[in-house]
Design a protein. Structure first.
Length: 308
């Protein structure tokens, strides 16, 4: 009987020891990929924005503004390594339901590390782009370091700096801040009168854009659980700002934060598969294997004693 128990313990021990690395290096990575059927809606809001209404040719102050972004994975264009996201953002005045800004983008990125991939007809507002850095998503297992983060408005990436650890509704996160200095993103033809310039007719103004983007990221899953975008756009003539096109500090609304926290809650499953599970299996395996070996030697010793 003791020999049978010993054999079973050794077999189970070997099984647990062998299963530990499989769980960490084979099972865990299957969880650490962006789903190919991904779909999400994200909402940013502010109660105090200023924007230029092209419809009424006037500047609107103290407006309640909402930006809604939908993200959908293009299953047909994606594969085991790369997922293609189609995103659309529209910004509206909540009070008048007037949409004054919209952006479409199609970006492919690595399913594990979130880095943009040059393929699959990447575009912004149907104009071809070659993105780099983190595109739509952060990597799994985010590190305490600076990253390159892609900004669709300037169609380029810049550094987003790690600025410490903070909690969002009790969930530990890493805080990152990206600061983009005023950058020309286009030109606008506007009436001189609107810009309070002398003379009649229109004038070509540079459209300048700047933003401070702050992300709070759950580090295991790489889910951005909260976001603030303090954005400023202006019409500039001869180096002087003449008209605010948009100014506001937009932040995820409560529903979006709760949704993102729910998505990030799978971090416990990843931790179990990648860390806790393998450690437990390895520990149990060693104990069982050692116990089986001890039982084998004890049984053999007693058998020799009886024969003697």
């Amino acid at each position: 009987m003791r020999r049978t128990v010993a054999v079973v313990c050794i077999a189970l021990g070997v099984f647990c020891i062998a299963l530990a690395p499989l769980l960490r290096y084979w099972v865990a990575p299957t969880f650490m990929k962006t789903p190919l059927d991904y779909y999400s809606t994200l909402v940013n809001r502010t109660d105090d924005a200023t924007y230029f209404s092209a419809k009424d040719l006037e500047q609107i102050d103290n407006a309640e503004v909402e930006a809604t972004t939908t993200l959908r994975a293009d299953v047909a264009a994606s594969n085991d390594d790369v997922v293609v996201f189609d995103g659309f953002t529209w910004v509206k005045d909540v009070g008048t339901d007037f949409a004054f800004l919209s952006t479409s983008r199609r970006i492919a990125h690595d399913r594990e590390n979130g880095l943009a991939v040059d393929c699959c007809d990447n575009s912004i507002n149907e104009k071809s782009v070659n993105p780099s850095g983190q595109a739509f998503k952060w990597p799994f297992l985010v590190e305490k370091k600076d990253y390159e983060f892609f900004d669709p408005t300037i169609a380029d990436s810049s550094t987003i700096e790690f600025e410490g650890e903070e909690e969002v509704k009790g969930v530990p996160t890493y805080k990152f801040v990206q600061r983009i200095e005023p950058t020309k993103i286009g030109e606008r033809t506007l009436p001189k009168k609107l810009l309070e310039l002398k003379g009649k007719g229109d004038v070509e103004a540079d459209e300048m854009y700047s933003i401070t983007r702050t992300y709070w990221v759950e580090p295991t899953t790489g889910v951005g659980v909260d976001l603030i975008e303090d954005q400023h756009r202006a019409a500039v003539v001869d180096g002087e700002e003449r008209l605010i096109l948009f100014d506001g500090e937009m932040r995820f609304d409560e529903k979006t934060v709760s949704q993102q926290l729910k998505t990030a809650s799978q971090s416990s499953r990843l931790t179990l598969a990648r860390t806790t599970g393998p450690i437990i299996l390895l520990g149990v395996g060693v104990v069982l294997f050692a116990g089986g070996v001890i039982l084998t030697f004890v049984g053999a010793s007693r058998s020799r004693g009886r024969r003697g």
